[in-house]
Design a protein around this ligand. Structure first.
Ligand SMILES: Nc1nc2c(c(=O)[nH]1)N[C@H]1C(S)=C(S)[C@@H](COP(=O)(O)OP(=O)(O)OC[C@H]3O[C@@H](n4cnc5c(=O)[nH]c(N)nc54)[C@H](O)[C@@H]3O)O[C@H]1N2
Ligand SMILES: Nc1nc2c(c(=O)[nH]1)N[C@H]1C(S)=C(S)[C@@H](COP(=O)(O)OP(=O)(O)OC[C@H]3O[C@@H](n4cnc5c(=O)[nH]c(N)nc54)[C@H](O)[C@@H]3O)O[C@H]1N2
Ligand code: SF4
Ligand SMILES: [Mo]
Length: 878
């Protein structure tokens, strides 16, 4: 079968992928050696793409009120309800909530529909939760939302500062490029993060600062730069405005206050400041530890101030670098898909820009004021001010702060449309109309990655069921609302060139984004389009000292330090930090489908420092109850010194589809940054206590487990079935009956069970003849069985009673092979195998790789192997 060159649908690195459908079904996935983002590399998530493409659980037909409907009925209904709401309550009574995971073409159509034809800017996107502070910070400093650098800068830098970025897990291929460059040129790496993350494995210095104190840190650095020889006064006066006022404002946080606020030692601060001052080639990478904060925009500007003061911007190996999260976060910004921007990097409050865009769209109206930003948007839904809402490619019931309120608001909203690829998500469960969308491999268009590189995403699979492209759905509704002429495209190519023409209209170098040279591409040329960076022939912007402000000069922005929106208290003593794990993508609708990716971390957890866990009686592997005024979650306890005292960390991925009570955003507060509107997702004061578990359970099952009335549970796929972790507050009388329901055993199945009332143990295994259908292990303490081994037994035949009984031991007979928890997702290598290799004399990551294959494919687990090799940390923690 022919291969197709496309791009990975996950993170903003934007790796090129070669997909080759197999004759008998399935797809082979390989990194594209010619793609300039990854040169053939892929991380664990990208490499497992082929295993996430099954049509099980896909949404394949339109549905109205839970029943199948035709496309024409569904589209008519959406158009009618939107038209009615606008007629009765005005254009601001409807809204779109979209996503950095739709394509440029989808985004362009959504934005044109809303801002030009409905005439409201009530279109916001999950990028409000993600990139909004960077957008706002860029615009304040540069006059435009421009990312100045490129990936090669990481390889050409001598110092890379990572602020609030867990690059090792979240941008793994970029991390590998950095790690490889560091091996070669000895690049110094500083990580600024309250947690000791996997990224710290390559750090020379880890600054475990107090949550939310980054502005103080960079305010401390600015006067240090100003007082040193690297201050570039000529460059500053030629190309910037506001330096002295900004320095004065920064100096209002004297050094002893920087020490106090950040909680870092003087020595650690001096070490960082000295490195920054003495190294010319510095790249500062930042991500959600910066953006997701009530001082997020100030954090961005505090960082940019330090780069402007040294003129280190837009030159090889130098510059501030906001790495984007989603595959098309940048494309969304380019098309203007935020409630605060217009289109094509033009502004809502600029009359000339409104004229250009309206003329291009030939639209009856044009939005002239910002629409509702995500948090306000869902509050308006709750208040009944939004009468019709269309959600596309995002799962706000899980990913918005105060998520229970968001769910309640959607339940109460008169009309909710959801365009999705999956049938069952926490958001599809509150929709009135479901529209089936084409997913990755089926849809076609373009995306822009973190370094402004536009790549083609190409289809290589047939369109399943009645699924349709997102842009098509929007255009069909617009046509039904009377705007047929302006929404008459036949293909994504038509949409792309219309977008590209708009970027070039009346531009003449006045705006950073100009795609004029692809505005006349033929359909064939669009299909064959190679990845390219804008602006063409320039990998970097601002190296010439010219910015997009009216006078062409960059702005220093004073950033007085402000504390977190809410501080901890006696009743809410911990700061809840949230983020990602290596092998899962957001709400797990795709990465949760393959055991290869769930085996690394199979459960929602709470990471806590031993000094914090001990006084509240939280033992490892028990269940914690984490609550705030907004909600409560139950999470497995992970006690580690990687965590800062006073802070706890929980991943964002687990939803009500796969876990009992682990929607972390139901606990997270929705305080927003006053400039960007981005919520403070990394710092909610919470209470943590032990969940009073009377029993713990673990089960493996061939059919999907049916969990009833258990407080804590989390389901994950296994090679031949499913694994489920359980914990309950009340002891159950009839374990046999519980097991039969949970494991979904047919009435004819034999159940072999073992009970020890004194020890509180119960174990059972269900068989169909000799074939293992499932097993349940229950204990009064966290269950100690070999998960990987138990799951691997599913579906196997056990001929003798001894063999069948052996299942109840929950681990292989002595001497047999138990891999332990999976470390390497590519080759399914467990920690016991790696420990074995180390015990046998392997002393380097490469040697472990030769012995076990671990870490030799995508490389995402190399840092973890390194950590196992060397218990002593390589970086000093300040
Ligand atoms: N595996 C995986 N990769 C992903 C994603 C995924 O879901 N899974 N999602 C993608 C998306 S959309 C995004 S936006 C990116 C996010 O990528 P990252 O921003 O790297 O990831 P996060 O885990 O959200 O947060 C980064 C770090 O911020 C730290 N932090 C918290 N508070 C503070 C603070 O006050 N100051 C500082 N300096 N740091 C702080 C956290 O401890 C955390 O380690 O990842 C992308 N890549
Ligand atoms: N507490 C806390 N909350 C957070 C964050 C955090 O760090 N902490 N991070 C925030 C950030 S940065 C982000 S980006 C968000 C992510 O949060 P979400 O956007 O809510 O998460 P996803 O799971 O990526 O949701 C995408 C949905 O679109 C569907 N989908 C996939 N492809 C397509 C397609 O082509 N078309 C359509 N129509 N649907 C598709 C998927 O099945 C999935 O349900 O979470 C935010 N929320
Ligand atoms: S780093 Fe991984 S998730 Fe990100 S684009 Fe590349 S392969 Fe995909
Ligand atoms: Mo994101």
């Amino acid at each position: 079968m022919p291969s197709t060159r496309t791009v990975c649908p996950y993170c903003g690195v934007g790796c090129g992928v070669i997909a080759t459908p197999r004759a008998g079904g399935g797809v082979d996935i390989a990194g594209d050696p010619d793609h300039p983002a990854n040169f053939g590399r892929l991380c664990s998530k990208g490499a497992a793409l082929g295993e996430t493409l099954s049509l099980d659980d896909r949404l394949l037909q339109p549905m109205i009120a839970g029943k199948r409907a035709t496309w024409s009925r569904a589209l008519d209904l959406v158009a009618t309800r939107f038209t009615e709401a606008i007629r009765s309550h005005g254009p601001d009574s409807v809204a779109l909530y979209v996503s950095g995971q739709i394509l440029i073409e989808d985004y362009y159509v959504a934005n044109k529909f809303m801002k030009g034809f409905i005439g409201s800017a009530n279109i916001d996107t999950n990028s409000r939760l993600c990139m909004a502070s960077s957008v706002a910070g860029h615009k304040r400093a540069f006059g435009s939302d421009t990312v100045p650098g490129c990936y090669e800068d990481l390889e050409e830098a001598d110092l890379v500062v990572l602020v609030g970025s867990n690059l090792a897990w979240c941008h793994p291929v970029l991390f590998q490029r950095l790690a490889a460059a560091r091996e070669k040129r000895g690049t110094k790496v500083v990580v600024v993060d309250p947690r000791r993350t996997e990224t710290c494995e390559i750090a020379d210095l880890h600054l475990a600062l107090a949550p939310g104190s980054d502005v103080a840190l960079f305010n401390g650095l600015l006067p240090y730069i100003a007082g040193s020889h690297v201050i570039d006064r000529n460059w500053i006066s030629a190309h910037t405005i506001g330096f002295s006022d900004t320095c004065k404002a920064a100096a209002r946080t004297p050094f002893h206050d920087v020490v106090r606020i950040t909680g870092l030692s003087e020595a650690a601060l001096h070490a960082f400041f000295d490195l920054f001052v003495s190294t010319e080639r510095v790249v500062t990478i930042y991500s959600q530890g910066v953006n997701q904060s009530t001082s997020g925009t100030d954090k961005v500007n505090a960082i940019i101030n330090c780069h402007l003061a040294t003129g280190r911007i837009g030159r090889p190996g130098m510059g501030p670098f906001s790495v984007t999260g989603q595959p098309n976060a940048m494309g969304g910004r380019e098309t203007g898909g935020l409630a605060t921007t217009l289109a094509a990097h033009m502004d809502l409050d600029n009359a000339e820009h409104r004229r250009i865009v309206q003329a291009h769209w030939v639209s009856p109206r044009i939005a002239g004021k910002p629409g509702l930003k995500a948090v306000d948007l869902f509050r308006a839904v709750k208040a009944g001010r939004i009468r019709a809402l269309w959600i596309m490619a995002t799962n706000p019931v899980d990913s918005m702060p105060e998520a229970d309120d968001v769910r309640g608001a959607l339940e109460a909203c008169p009309f909710v449309v959801v365009s999705e690829v999956e049938r069952h998500t926490d958001t599809t469960s509150v929709a009135d109309v479901l529209l089936p969308s084409l997913g990755w491999g089926e849809k076609s268009g373009t995306v822009t990655n973190s370094e402004r590189r536009i790549s083609r995403q190409r289809a290589f699979l047939p369109r399943p069921g009645e699924a349709k492209a997102d842009w098509w759905q929007l255009a069909e509704v617009a046509r039904r609302m009377g705007f047929a002429d302006a929404f008459a495209w036949k293909s994504p190519h038509d949409v792309f060139v219309e977008h590209a023409r708009l970027t070039a209209t009346d531009n003449d170098g006045k705006r950073d984004l100009d795609l004029g040279d692809v505005a006349t591409l033929s359909r064939g040329a669009y299909d064959a389009m190679q990845p390219f960076q804008w602006p063409r022939r320039r990998a970097r912007i601002f190296g010439d000292g010219r910015f997009f402000t009216p006078d062409g000069k960059a702005r220093f922005v004073p950033t007085p330090f402000r504390p977190l929106a809410t501080s901890t208290s006696a009743s809410l003593p911990f700061v809840l930090n949230t983020g990602r794990v290596r092998d899962q993508w957001h709400t797990m609708t795709r990465t949760g489908k393959t055991p290869r990716l769930t085996s690394h971390i199979a459960e929602p957890y709470l990471e806590i420092h031993p000094d914090d866990a001990q006084p509240i009686g939280l033992a490892p592997a028990t269940i914690a109850q984490v609550s705030s005024p907004h909600g409560m979650v139950l999470l497995r306890v992970l006690v580690t010194k990687r965590q800062r005292r006073g802070s706890v960390f929980a991943p964002i991925h687990w939803t009500a589809q796969v876990a009992g009570r682990a929607r972390v955003d139901s606990v997270v507060a929705g305080h927003v940054d006053p400039v960007s509107g981005q919520p403070e997702l990394k710092a909610t004061p919470v209470a943590v206590k032990q969940f009073p578990a009377a029993w713990y359970g673990f089960a493996v099952s061939q059919s999907k487990p049916v969990v009833r009335e258990v407080e804590y549970w989390a389901v994950a796929p296994a090679t031949n079935g499913w694994c489920v972790e359980l914990a309950g507050a009340e002891l159950n009388g009839d374990w046999d009956a519980t097991a039969r329901t949970l494991l979904n055993l047919p009435a004819t199945a034999d159940l072999l069970s073992l009970r020890d009332r004194t020890a509180g143990h119960f174990r059972c295994a269900g068989f169909d003849g000799e074939r293992l259908l499932g097993a349940l292990f229950v204990a009064q303490h966290p269950v100690e069985v070999s998960r990987a081994w138990a799951a691997a037994q599913l579906g196997h035949h056990f001929d003798g009673v001894h063999e069948r009984l052996a299942i109840l031991s929950g681990r292989p007979a002595s001497g047999a092979n138990d891999k332990g928890a999976i470390v390497c997702a590519c080759f399914d290598v467990g920690c016991n195998q790696i420990i074995g290799a180390i015990a046998n004399g392997c002393s380097t990551v490469a040697a472990v790789g030769t012995a076990t294959s671990a870490g030799t494919s995508c490389g995402s687990c190399r840092t973890q192997i390194a950590r196992m090799l060397d218990a002593k940390p390589t970086a000093k923690t300040g």
